[in-house]
Ligand binder design. Structure first.
Ligand code: TRP
Ligand code: SF4
Length: 323
């Protein structure tokens, strides 16, 4: 039985992209592994240091989302990074041994520095983001880290940092392996990647009214105007969702191509499937959100369990450093 660790920054409510991209895997790991799932609130500070007012509320909402989709606090340890001070201690130690060049060449760093223009990212913590992530993983001696493709360079770096530590001080840290999610690609309403910052997402627990509006606004094949026009399902957002939710999506593909169905009917059917998928989630989520005390208790209990493991590792680390 391996140990799994993963985390998400608490930046707001989760959407279908999170579910099909990551959370579905998280749920499955629970039966095979010892799982640690973390709200990475210190990580959120690396870019959003100027406004911390929503962090705690976002963590609560996110944990509610996790439980909604089937992550079970009785099976997995759900915790908040900032409640486990050992993350910051290991981060400090690893910062000492990580060459700056390893951080500067990180593709995520270069990309975000170039792309994110509305925030000042010339802070030391932002450059150090991957070291904090390494600390998160190495602290729990996690074997497996389920992440999206965009995080692969961070996993590689984590292994390099672990090797360097072990070379200097003795064999203590464990090199983790990534587990890529066989992600069904979930597009946003406009066909770009589903992302909160694009405003094109479908949230977990969305109400029927909002779902209806969102499906109505989904991009379709612009060349298919009349219902018997032949269409191009590949590239149509509605069809991408049929591929996820409709067992008979092959049939739909043909129907679209030969002009046997119109977009209005096609959307209506998707709406029904989405609504059926979402309904139990929406109800469960509503109950969870109404019980803040329960959510807080889950986080406190999980964070205490996390501290126990983190303390063990840090004891070994300190001994290895001769402190
Ligand atoms: N960097 C991850 C992301 O942006 C979040 C994260 C923080 C994480 N610490 C982690 C993921 C540890 C896996 C393991 O998605
Ligand atoms: Fe897309 Fe369906 Fe319209 Fe074809 S019929 S273009 S799959 S919405």
């Amino acid at each position: 039985m391996g140990r799994v660790l993963s985390g998400i920054r608490p930046t707001g409510r989760l959407h279908l992209g999170h579910y099909f991209g990551a959370l579905r895997n998280w749920v499955e790991f629970q039966n095979e592994c010892e799982c640690y799932y973390m709200s990475a609130d210190w990580h959120a500070l690396t870019t959003d240091y100027a406004d911390t007012s929503k962090l705690d509320e976002n963590t609560l909402e996110m944990v509610a989302d996790w439980i909604t989709v089937g992550i079970d606090p009785e099976k997995s340890v759900l915790f908040k990074q900032s409640k486990v001070l050992q993350h910051s201690e290991l981060f400090l130690v690893l910062s000492m041994i990580t060459p700056l060049s390893w951080l500067q060449r990180c593709p995520t760093y270069k990309e975000q520095i170039n792309e994110i223009k509305n925030k000042d990212l010339n802070n030391y913590g932002f450059l150090g983001y991957p070291i904090l992530m390494s600390a998160d993983i190495l602290l729990y001696k996690a074997d497996i880290v389920p992440v999206g493709k965009d995080q692969l360079s961070h996993l590689e770096l984590t292994r390099e940092i672990a090797r360097r530590f072990n070379n200097f001080y003795g064999n203590i840290l464990v090199e983790p392996q990534e587990k890529l999610t066989k992600a069904a690609r979930v597009p946003g309403l406009d066909g770009r990647k589903m992302s909160k910052s694009y405003g094109n997402s479908i949230l977990l627990g969305e109400s029927d009214d909002i779902l209806k509006d969102k499906v109505k606004n989904m991009f379709t094949d612009p060349l298919k105007i009349k219902k018997d026009d032949s269409g191009h399902p590949h590239g149509c957002v509605v069809f991408a969702f049929h591929e996820i939710f409709n067992k008979e999506c092959k049939k739909r593909e043909k129907e679209c191509e030969v002009g046997a169905i119109g977009c209005v009917a096609c959307k209506k059917q998707l709406m029904e499937m989405l609504s059926e998928f979402m309904k139990p989630l929406t109800e469960k989520r509503k109950d969870l959100i109404a019980d803040k005390a329960y959510l807080e208790n889950v986080i406190d209990t999980g964070s205490q369990k996390a501290v126990e493991i983190a303390q063990e590792t840090m004891r070994e680390v300190r001994r290895a450093l001769k402190f």
